[in-house]
Design a protein around this ligand. Structure first.
Ligand code: MTE
Length: 303
């Protein structure tokens, strides 16, 4: 599945990945076994924020993952039941090479990188997360997007025996999300297979989840089993449930409030009781990179 004869280690300055490996060897390299961590040679990214990441504990104990319950502590409590290996992803619709691909095979081709991103939930809290992942565009280019495709649709696994939240109709399963094709191809959009240099914790969407840092967190769909290229705007879980509150775009926008609360500010998880709220940034601080995708659009209408 290689596009050139070069491997990732050939195109990454050696000191970067050697340092990284040395650091990780000391920090529990045993945890890196398994298909999601098939490549250990990743480099830091020019797209990373310099803000200090949240603690691993914050990131893994305060979660939204309704397949495992609606409470923030439910995913940490219940997600251990999920079998994540073997894992495959069906890629279908308007692609040149549709199929069901083993995650291990997909990862053989994609250069893993650390991306420290701001993550802003629609509920007006935020975190800084050091993801490990690769650009979604790399995978889409690998399977070949047909010219007629305009959107990418994503689905999460349905397995109520292991996903206790799916035993109730709290949402219409599977959890669904979608992006316009240009959003999906943007270099900031990644598929993440880990965080803090380790395999993805199950409560955060193991073994592979989307991360779209300029959009509210619910767009970042977890435990993906299907990616479909289409010419129709896909249905998305929260929009299906409450269209007046959750639009298709869901770009972080401090100037467009949610009908029931303000989006102008946010609470940084883990900052402490007296830290106060901070201003929410347009496109979550990624305005320079992504504003052009929405040139000429009324963002109060396309929320
Ligand atoms: N993906 C699935 N499959 N199910 C979910 O309930 N919740 C979303 C998103 N992806 C969700 C999901 C929401 S509302 C948020 S804020 C983020 O996951 C939370 O990601 P985190 O738990 O890694 O912080």
């Amino acid at each position: 599945m290689k596009k050139t004869g070069l491997g990732w280690s050939d195109v990454t300055p050696k000191h970067l990945w050697l340092n990284r490996r040395a650091v990780m060897a000391g920090a529990g390299a045993a945890l890196l076994a398994g298909p999601a961590m098939a490549k250990l040679t990743y480099s830091p990214s020019r797209f990373s924020t310099t803000e200090a990441p949240n603690s691993l504990e914050d990131i893994t104990t305060y979660n939204n993952f309704y397949e495992f319950g609606t409470g923030k502590e439910d995913p940490a409590r219940n997600a251990g039941a999920l079998t994540t290996d073997p894992w495959s992803i069906t890629i279908d619709g308007m692609v040149e090479k549709p199929g069901t691909y083993d995650l291990a095979d997909i990862l053989k081709d994609q250069p893993l990188e650390e991306r420290i991103y701001r993550f802003r939930c629609v509920e007006a809290w935020s975190m800084i997360v050091p993801w490990i992942g690769f650009e979604l565009s790399g995978l889409l280019n690998r399977v070949g997007v047909q010219p007629s495709a305009k959107y990418v649709a994503f689905e999460t696994l349905v397995r109520p025996e292991e996903m206790v939240g799916q035993q109730s109709p709290i949402l219409e399963w599977p959890y669904r999300e979608g992006l316009r094709l240009d959003e999906a191809m943007h270099p900031l959009t990644i598929l993440a297979t880990g965080l803090y240099g380790e395999e993805m914790p199950k409560q955060n969407g193991a073994p592979i989840r989307l991360v779209v840092p300029w959009k509210y967190g619910f767009k970042s769909i977890k435990s993906i089993v299907r990616i479909s290229l289409t010419d129709q705007q896909p249905q998305t879980t929260w929009n299906m449930l409450q269209p007046s509150e959750y639009g298709f775009y869901s770009n972080v926008n401090p100037n467009v409030d949610h009908p029931r609360w303000s989006q102008a500010s946010e609470r940084r998880i883990g900052a402490g009781l007296f830290a106060g709220r901070q201003d929410t940034l347009m496109f979550n601080g990624y305005e320079e990179e992504v504003a052009s995708l929405y040139a000429g659009m009324d963002l109060a209408v396309n929320y």
